[in-house]
Design a protein around this ligand. Structure first.
Ligand code: AMP
Ligand code: MG
Length: 195
């Protein structure tokens, strides 16, 4: 039996401060070095591009929109992502978004059905590292939080991602992106996705 190589659609999630964006860049470099075409997209950036047309000024305002609006933007973004055709598609996003109405899933069932992820990656780090990285980030209007809040966010993230794996039937791995261990974290992911 002949197995055709199919696109790998890798959804990478992580709470603010885990170093997700840096890790995703590293992953793309490694995949390109394997002569595979790779596309890296930040889900929030696509959502923001559409929302900007409707007057939104800052990406950190996205999570303050009514859920009904965020839902439409998520669907629209998922549809755009589903049209990308590269060997490896990496989607940089979140398991949940802290909204005024509660923790909103970043990957609700309707989005999963459009994107059809093949792998889920949770990027995490030591709680203290996450806390320190968040404190240092002046570029974003992020909510300032405590260590306890970070621990809670990590719990909610695992619950949300278990549901994603079950609904999609696709595997999930959790990778530690500890200080100075970027390369190690990237290689673990490459091994899991089989590039
Ligand atoms: P980021 O730059 O990755 O922190 O994303 C910026 C913003 O985009 C987030 O704070 C959310 O408001 C929004 N966003 C990103 N991914 C999703 C998603 N999957 N579903 C809903 N909103 C998202
Ligand atoms: Mg980021």
């Amino acid at each position: 039996m002949l197995y055709l190589a199919e696109n790998k659609i890798i959804v990478v999630v992580g709470i603010a401060g885990v170093g997700k964006t840096t890790l995703v860049k590293k992953l793309a470099e490694i995949i390109e070095a394997h002569n595979k075409s790779v596309n890296v997209t930040n889900f929030g950036t696509i959502m923001f591009e559409v929302a900007k047309e409707n007057g939104l000024q800052n990406r950190d305002e996205l999570r303050k929109l009514p859920i009904s609006e965020q839902k439409k933007l998520q669907k629209n973004t998922a549809e755009k992502l589903s049209k990308i055709n590269d060997d490896v598609i990496i989607i940089d996003t979140h398991a949940f978004i802290r909204t005024l109405e509660g923790f909103n899933p970043g990957l609700p069932y309707h989005v999963l059905q459009i994107i059809e992820p093949t792998h889920f990656i949770i990027v995490t780090a030591k709680t203290e590292e996450i806390y320190n990285r968040r404190m240092r980030d002046e570029t974003r209007s992020r909510d300032k939080v405590s260590i306890t809040t970070i621990k809670k966010e990590l719990d909610i993230q695992s619950a949300m991602m278990s549901a994603c794996a079950i609904l999609s039937g696709s595997p999930l791995i959790q990778v530690q992106n500890n200080e100075g261990k970027l390369e190690e974290a990237a290689n673990k992911i490459i091994k899991a996705i089989g590039v």
